[in-house]
Write a protein that binds this ligand. Structure first.
Ligand code: BMA
Length: 311
């Protein structure tokens, strides 16, 4: 038996469509934040028209969540956001910075997918800030710290020449982004050979920023989504110190293997704790939410001691 890097919580799945007080078909790919010692989960749900909305659930311990009565982010009916969110909002990431929480989410419309940025202080009121990418871009995570006065984000453009790789870009104001550079590519004939994408909001460790990302492998039976880890330099996040050669989590539990989309574990959130562990949250088969814990030191070691090339 392989050694377990991520210890699955035995009460998985921790949130499903049955726990949500409004009609939804799925609960998955949630961003998570710790707010005054409590956990807030911003989860995606498919409605039965196949389009997605974002709902909130709260927890005292990070394992047992209660969904709120109403969704938190539904496609806007106002101005420019309405135009670009018409097909739904998906896969939110939460970045705690300067006393507020930035929320990046995929906005779908007939024009493609782009990234919306909203912010909140209390997860009660929400302010949409801007659409911060052109089409087609998904999976944007913002670092919870500025570098030389600039925000930094990992993003995931796609082109035929350089498919589905992770890039970094910077912004003075969260709205205008530039100075883009590629930081990681899929590796041929490797578990992440088809696509990689930013996963959870990176978090600080003494040895670097730890980023849990997703990687996709194509098979005759469809694609398999797994999770991996990369370590970015503390003062220069464009520099990757190492990427683990091995995945840290793959679909194994029945609700990860079978669901809305089979064979998917997909993360949008991880919470580092004071005891040296991190709670990793992932969607199982695009249908339910799961959680597990891992040792932060062990994840950092994986990045450094047995690394695959970043580029
Ligand atoms: C990706 C995104 C994710 C989803 C995954 C597996 O392209 O759509 O939201 O979890 O596929 O279906």
């Amino acid at each position: 038996m392989s050694r377990e890097i991520v210890k699955r919580y035995q009460g998985n799945p921790i949130l499903t469509a049955d726990d949500v007080p409004y009609p939804v078909a799925t609960v998955h790919n949630a961003g998570v934040a710790k707010v005054d010692g409590r956990y807030v989960m911003l989860f995606r749900s498919h409605r039965t028209n196949g389009r997605s909305i974002l709902g909130l659930a709260d927890s005292d311990d990070g394992f047992t969540f209660t969904a709120r009565p109403e969704p938190f982010i539904v496609p806007s009916t106002d101005g420019v956001f309405a135009e670009y969110e018409a097909f739904g909002v998906e896969d939110a990431r939460i970045c705690p910075i300067d006393g507020e929480y930035l929320i990046t989410y995929s906005a779908y419309s007939r024009h493609g997918v782009r990234i919306g940025l909203a912010k909140t202080r209390d997860f009660v009121t929400l302010e949409r800030v801007a659409l911060i990418s052109p089409a087609d871009m998904r999976n944007v995570v913002i670092f919870p710290q500025k570098f030389d006065g600039r925000y930094a984000r990992l993003d995931r453009p796609h082109s035929e020449i350089c498919p589905w790789s992770i890039w970094i870009s910077y912004s003075p104001d969260l709205i205008h982004w530039g100075d883009a550079r590629i930081v990681m590519r899929p590796v041929q004939y490797h578990w992440d050979e088809m696509k990689i994408g930013p996963g959870a909001t990176p978090f600080r460790t003494p040895r670097g920023w730890l980023h849990i990302y997703h990687g996709v492998f194509p098979t005759m039976d469809g694609s398999v989504y797994r999770l991996g880890v990369a370590l970015h330099d503390l003062s220069d996040p464009a520099t990757i110190l190492g990427v683990s050669d091995h995945w840290i989590l793959q679909p194994e539990d029945p609700w990860e293997v079978t669901g809305y989309v089979h064979n998917v574990v997909f993360t949008c959130g991880a919470i580092p704790e004071d005891d040296g562990t991190v709670k990793i949250y992932w969607g199982g088969a695009d249908k339910v939410m799961c959680v597990g814990t891992a040792s932060i030191d062990e994840l950092v070691d994986l990045c450094i001691k047995d690394a695959r090339p970043a580029l």
